[in-house]
Design a protein around this ligand. Structure first.
Ligand SMILES: Cc1cc2nc3c(=O)[nH]c(=O)nc-3n(C[C@H](O)[C@H](O)[C@H](O)COP(=O)(O)OP(=O)(O)OC[C@H]3O[C@@H](n4cnc5c(N)ncnc54)[C@H](O)[C@@H]3O)c2cc1C
Length: 417
């Protein structure tokens, strides 16, 4: 049996685990990250990739806590994407440097959504500018009877972000199938990895569960009964054209007769180079309780209501598929989304601790890394104090590297109709 004792062991290679591992490694901490499946498999790879600055939480016209908390995130990402931030993300792909906010045609809905868009504009730090009819391009070119706003929230190709972060983590990141990994609590929490006939034991000073929906099982294994998480389901609809036709690129939110985005459309590229629309917003929340066939009918109706000038109702060459996700978060009293990322201490005994974290949004990943860094400093763990790194151990290096999860539209399990 071999044993390694890193400062920090992260369980989970989604956006939170990878960002945290990369930042702490850069700061000189002896950090390792274990992923049991593929990187970002349970949520991050399914994200729409919008680096929110609070627009969707500010549509009430109030500077809500959620809007204020996330408002600082786009500049941090922008610095990283430009290569001057805490991490160098220049190799990640920016799909669009902004989103659009457009209002639905029609007198009543139009008036409500115009009000909501202007309210958001008045409370946000994120730039929101009107796009007059004459300046509209792409699928919005020449469209009259609606308002269009340009919002300074970029949209990223999440797979490329995860790949760059994995590269930055380097040998500190490894994949261990769940059935070969045992997590144990007690006074010195540890992870045991079965390797053929032998075992590798990892006893970190701090163990951090950043495993999304997997945090619940880890909390149970270490006996952290006070750590409560919640799952909020979403059913996302994907749409792509057949027979050589192509859907136009759209990144943005359609506002309806409420202050929540009615439909959020982002556009990905599948393995065959075709554009795929990925539909979120209130339809994805409602869709969680619907059968795929009924949800697809509703999605076609929503597309037609939000983009009527594209004539999608008449098009027979557009295929749809449904993909379901559970958003994993720290439990709130009423089951609603927490306003900010959460890092909870679970087991603290002498020199060792276990924490659980949920970023709540992809955009909050830098903040999660900051919280884990603060927890490490509070235990006197800082960079530069150690001679060797646990990641140099041959038993650790013998484990498999981890791969990025397939994008939802490239997943062979997706059923298109
Ligand atoms: C459909 C959808 C759209 C979204 N769109 C956006 C958006 O546009 N912008 C935004 O900011 N946020 C968005 N979000 C939210 C965002 O995706 C999540 O908040 C974020 O990705 C969570 O990241 P994570 O690293 O905590 O978890 P995950 O991405 O779930 O990663 C957890 C990882 O842990 C691994 N794991 C599980 N169990 C274990 C274990 N025992 N040991 C080790 N590893 C384990 C999993 O395989 C997985 O790779 C969206 C979420 C969904 C579902």
């Amino acid at each position: 049996m071999a044993e390694i004792q890193p400062d920090i062991l992260i369980l989970g290679g989604g956006i939170a685990g990878l960002w945290t591992c990369a930042v702490l490694a850069k700061a000189g901490l002896d950090v390792l990250c274990v992923e049991t499946a593929t990187l970002g498999a349970t949520q991050s790879i399914g994200a729409q990739g919008i680096i929110h600055g609070g627009m969707k939480y500010a549509l009430t016209g109030q500077a809500t806590r959620a809007a204020q908390a996330i408002a600082g995130m786009p500049p941090i990402w922008a610095d990283c994407l430009a290569g001057r931030g805490e991490l160098d993300l220049r190799a990640a792909r920016v799909l669009s440097d902004h989103t659009l906010l457009w209002t639905t045609p029609g007198l009543l809905a139009g008036a409500v959504s115009r009000f909501a868009a202007r309210a958001a504009k008045s409370v946000l730090r994120t730039e929101v500018t009107d796009v007059p009819a004459a300046e509209r391009t792409g699928p919005f070119a020449g469209v009259k009877g609606i308002d269009v706003y340009r919002v300074g929230e970029p949209v990223l190709d999440v797979a490329s972000v995860l790949a760059v972060l994995a590269e930055l983590c380097g040998p500190r990141l490894r994949r261990v199938p769940l059935e070969r990994l045992t997590v144990t609590g007690g006074s010195r929490p540890m992870v045991t990895i079965k390797e053929g006939e032998g075992e590798l034991v990892i006893r970190p000073r701090i163990m951090v569960g950043l495993a999304g929906p997997g945090n619940a099982a880890i909390a149970k294994a270490v006996g952290a009964t006070g750590v409560k998480s919640q799952l909020r389901p979403l059913a996302m609809v994907m749409a792509r054209a057949r027979g050589g036709a192509e859907l136009p690129m759209i990144f943005g939110h359609c506002l309806g007769a409420s202050n929540l985005p009615r439909l959020t459309v982002t556009t990905g590229r599948d393995g065959d180079g075709r554009n795929v629309w990925y539909l979120g917003g209130t339809i994805a929340e409602r869709g969680a309780g619907m059968e795929p066939a009924a949800l697809q009918v509703e999605a076609r109706a929503e597309l037609d209501a939000c983009l009527p000038w594209l004539g999608l109702a008449q098009r027979k060459d557009v295929s749809l598929a449904v993909v379901r996700w559970d958003r994993a978060e720290c439990q709130t009293a009423d089951g609603s989304r927490p306003d900010e990322p959460v890092l909870l201490p679970a087991v603290a005994g002498g020199d060792n601790a276990v924490y659980f974290g949920w970023p709540t949004k992809l955009a909050f990943a830098p903040r999660m890394a900051e919280l884990v860094g603060e927890a490490a400093r509070s235990m006197g763990i800082s960079g530069g104090g150690r001679a060797g790194s646990a990641s140099e151990s041959s038993n650790w290096l013998a484990l498999q590297p981890a791969q990025v999860a397939p994008l939802p539209w490239d997943d062979a399990a997706a059923v298109w109709s």
